[in-house]
Structure formats: structure tokens, C-alpha cells
Design a protein around this ligand. Structure first.
Ligand code: NAD
Ligand code: AKB
Length: 336
């Protein structure tokens, strides 16, 4: 049985596919996205090998998805395709459609086939202005203000419903903002941190679209991938949360990230010009409590802010040529 990853060209999908292919073999992991994967000519280090299965399809297309699941004999699914918070506010109808219809299609197809497990990521966007901001509990007020957050909370409830009603083994994490250097992020509010590190690594200053003291939960991509795989490997009986697990890692503000960068790049300077994304960010928590994930399936992130900054700067300086080369709007998450 093969593994299907939707949103395979995205910030997370591109790295998750790589790790899953190392674990299970290239031919065992099918990537799916609206667009074909990068080619060896376009982006040599991101291009999958020629025998890597890949399907170009829209996750809202039930017939196409059913055909992919049957043809590849899919046994587990990582359903990542989505619009993110900032893009979702620009295109709320499309965000609802892609995020909700896509998820419902996947869950419906999975429950009527021999699919063992489905992973679907939620987000800190499920929280809102009346949620406790510090050490946000697993079970608390969920009052999202963005269409993205509305789709994430609705999606969490849908996943839990399918688990209870149809015994579908759906598992989920509430990711915070993810930092990575391999593939450009796709239209989120937390993207400022990657932008700042990218500019600093290139010897440039940065103007941040959030206020200096806007503290948000964040995580380095290796921890996010490791956590995702640990959750999927866990014994089903150990999982007490079937909407979505809080997962904490880092918590920092733009000014704290800038100071951490400056310790390594003394010439770096950051200025601030908050835009509409500030309003999204200030309704999200600054840190989350992830005791349930730690207890149930051993969540244990490794990277602190120092280690993340050092590793990101090293890799960005090495000049991963694809980073930043993704023109704005190149992948769907960024354009919608
Ligand atoms: P991304 O925007 O980088 O990638 C999303 C991918 O989905 C893109 O390649 C896009 O082309 C594809 N896509 C969009 N609409 C599609 C459709 N209709 N059919 C098929 N493919 C489509 O996103 P990401 O950062 O990799 O996020 C992946 C998942 O993780 C999303 O569900 C997102 O909400 C969640 N998440 C991400 C973060 C983060 O910081 N990156 C944080 C919390 C949650
Ligand atoms: C975004 O900013 O939209 C994402 C997220 C936290 O879900 N990075």
C-alpha cells in the first residue's frame, strides 16, 4: 500500500515527501499537487527523481482523487493541500472551498477504502482573541477570526466526527509557524521569520510586516516532520485527542529573532511596517501548552531559537538556490 501526500510542492509537503521516500522507498510515496513538481532544469536540488510517482490534481475533484487512491493502492494519506492565513483573508471563498471541500473529499474517499490512517494539519489559527494567550491549553476557547482559522477548527471537528462515527483513524497536529529553508512558504502570517532570516543571510536588512513585540509560537521544520511521523507511528489507543494536538516548540517575537540574528550577523538591521497581517497575528497565542502530545505520544522538539537561527543561516548562506527563487504566486497557496 502506498502513501499519498497532497500539497506535495508546498513548504511542508516538499520536505515530508523527501523524508517519507527515504523511509519507504521512492516508488511508495505519491506526491499530488495542483502543479507539477519542480524539474531538474528549474530547480535541480528540489526535483524528484524521474521514477517518483506524482499526480497533478485538485483536491476538490472527487473523481480524480478516487482514481489516484485506487490506481496507487493508497494505504495512508497526508492531506496538506490548503490555503494559509494571509492568502485566505484575501480569498475567503476559495479558502473555505479548498480547505473544507478538499478535506471532506479526502475523508469520504478514505473511509470507503482500505486506508489505514489519515494525517491532516491544523494550526494555531484555531485560537482567537478570547483564548488565553500564554501557554494556551489543549482544550480552551476556540474563536478563530480568520477564514483560515474557521476552516481549521471546522476541519478538526470533521476529523473527530469521522473518527467517532466511521472509525477512520485521522490524526492531527496544530502546527505553529514553521521555519524552513528548502521551499518558500505559501502565504502565511508567520512567514516573516523566514523572510527575515533569508534577507539576513543574503546580507540585506529587513522590514517586518509585524510589530516588534508580536510573540508567536513557532517551530523548526525538522521538529515538525519528526513530530508528524511520531504521531503517525503512535499506537492508536494512546491517542486521547482526536480533534488536533497542540504542539509547541519555540516562542519569539520579531525583535527577539532580529537580536538572535544580530548576534551572528552584527550588520543586520530590522525595521517595522506592520500591515493587515498584524491583526491576524495579535489574535493568536504567544505560546501553547503541549502536555497532551508529550504524554500521549512522546512529543519532544529539539531545536531552540539559537539552534534554529544558526542552522537556518548556515543553510541559507550555502545558497540553496531554490529558496527565494520561487516567484510570488508560483504555487497555488501564494496566489489562490
Ligand atoms: P503551502 O502553501 O506551502 O503549500 C500548499 C500546497 O497545496 C501548494 O503546493 C499548493 O499548490 C497546494 N494546493 C493548494 N490548493 C490545492 C488544491 N485545490 N488541490 C491540490 N493542491 C493544492 O502550505 P504549507 O505551509 O506546506 O502547509 C501545508 C499544511 O500545513 C496546510 O494545511 C497548512 O494549513 C498547514 N500548516 C502550515 C503551517 C506553516 O507554518 N507552514 C502552520 C500551520 C499549519
Ligand atoms: C500561517 O501563518 O498562516 C501559518 C499557520 C500558523 O497556520 N504559518
Amino acid at each position: 500500500m502506498r502513501i499519498l501526500v497532497t500539497g506535495a510542492n508546498g513548504q511542508i509537503g516538499s520536505e515530508l515527501v523527501e523524508v517519507l521516500r527515504e523511509r519507504h522507498g521512492t516508488g511508495q510515496v505519491v506526491g499530488l499537487d495542483l502543479n507539477p513538481p519542480p524539474t531538474a532544469t528549474d530547480q535541480p536540488s528540489r526535483a524528484p527523481s524521474s521514477n517518483a510517482p506524482f499526480e497533478v490534481a485538485d483536491v476538490r475533484n472527487r473523481e480524480a482523487l478516487a482514481d489516484v487512491l485506487d490506481r496507487h493502492e493508497v494505504g495512508s494519506i497526508y492531506h496538506l493541500a490548503s490555503l494559509l492565513s494571509a492568502t485566505g483573508e484575501q480569498h475567503p471563498d476559495r479558502a473555505w472551498d479548498v480547505n473544507m471541500s478538499g478535506l471532506k473529499t479526502i475523508l469520504d474517499l478514505a473511509r470507503s477504502r482500505p486506508v489505514e490512517k489519515v494525517f491532516w494539519p491544523s494550526s494555531i489559527a484555531v485560537f482567537g482573541p478570547t483564548t488565553p494567550r500564554e501557554d494556551t491549553p489543549q482544550n480552551t476557547v476556540l474563536d478563530p477570526t480568520t477564514m483560515y482559522g474557521v476552516t481549521k477548527r471546522s476541519g478538526e471537528l470533521l476529523c473527530r466526527y469521522y473518527h467517532r462515527r466511521y472509525d477512520l483513524d485521522v490524526r492531527s497536529l496544530r502546527y505553529p509557524g514553521l521555519l524552513s529553508y528548502k521551499t518558500a512558504p505559501g502565504g502565511g502570517t508567520t512567514d516573516y521569520a523566514i523572510d527575515m532570516l533569508t534577507q539576513a543571510a543574503a546580507g540585506r536588512d529587513y522590514t517586518c510586516f509585524l510589530k516588534p513585540d508580536t510573540r508567536l509560537p513557532m517551530m523548526y521544520m525538522p521538529d515538525a516532520i519528526q513530530g508528524t511521523l511520531a504521531l503517525m507511528d503512535a499506537d492508536a489507543d494512546a491517542l486521547s485527542v482526536r480533534d488536533s494536538y497542540n504542539t509547541g516548540g519555540l516562542s519569539f517575537s520579531p525583535e527577539e529573532l532580529a537580536a538572535t540574528i544580530q548576534a551572528r550577523v552584527p550588520s543586520f538591521s530590522c525595521s517595522y511596517a506592520p500591515d493587515e497581517r498584524q491583526h491576524i497575528a495579535e489574535n493568536w497565542p504567544s505560546s501553547v501548552n503541549d502536555d497532551a502530545a508529550r504524554t500521549d505520544w512522546g512529543w519532544a522538539p529539539e531545536y531552540d531559537l539559537e539552534a534554529t537561527t544558526a542552522d537556518m543561516l548556515d543553510h541559507l548562506r550555502e545558497g540553496t538556490p531554490e529558496h527565494g527563487d520561487v516567484a510570488e504566486g508560483e504555487h497555488e497557496g501564494a496566489t489562490a
